[in-house]
Design a protein around this ligand. Structure first.
Ligand code: YK8
Length: 176
């Protein structure tokens, strides 16, 4: 896997969780910026093992004309039951349904939001491209290369938007 984001924000851990993993104004706006449309979220629900799960469906806009312009995607998120106020652990699996070779791979993201102090947290995101079946070598490197660049771009922008949100939160009368 690769570490795409590893940064301390002047945002509490609970607030960070809310921004990223609830139907927040922030995430709605971020999806708009990324041209992610038709988003629907199921509510968090406890599964048999005590973890929390939810599913997101959306349409992503792709800038690469070789791949196509849009793809529907499904994201399965699991928040581990070990998560509590100070430390949230969320895994997500993203399946893109309409890109070439979509039945060969998916993306796994590990999010860690760890409280640093009352008003600070560290956000880490690890990502891995996983293969359900082994494609021909050239195809595999094509998938991997295209995935990394798309993922890198996404998390670079997420970091930038979070930095703006951080300014807003810390100017806005300190209700963070
Ligand atoms: C989530 C990883 C791969 C995929 C894409 C696939 C190209 C396939 C190339 C062919 C389009 C929001 C990505 C970037 C779409 C977006 C996904 C996002 C950013 C020719 C073989 C969607 C995080 C996420 C994870 C994986 C990303 C896909 O919250 O290149």
């Amino acid at each position: 896997g690769r570490l795409y984001l590893n940064k301390v924000f002047h945002i509490s851990a609970a607030r960070m969780f809310e921004l990223l993993f609830t139907d927040s104004i922030f995430i709605r706006r971020f999806m708009n910026v990324r041209k992610i449309t038709n988003a629907s979220f199921t509510p968090w629900q406890k599964d048999a093992s005590g973890n929390m799960k939810r599913t997101l469906n959306y349409t992503i806009t792709i800038s690469n004309p070789l791949i196509g312009k849009f793809s529907t995607a499904t994201e399965h998120q699991t928040m581990y039951k070990e998560s509590r106020d100070g430390h949230y652990l969320v895994d997500s699996e993203v399946y893109t349904h309409d890109v070439p070779y979509h039945d060969y791979f998916y993306t796994q993201n590990h999010y860690s939001i760890k409280s640093n102090s009352k008003r600070k947290c560290r956000l880490r995101v690890y990502t891995d491209v996983k293969y359900k079946k082994q494609p021909w070598g050239l195809i595999k490197s094509f998938i991997t290369k295209n995935s990394w660049s798309g993922i890198e771009d996404y998390f670079r922008q997420l970091e930038a938007e979070l930095l703006e949100e951080e300014v807003d939160i810390n100017q806005g009368g300190g209700e963070s």
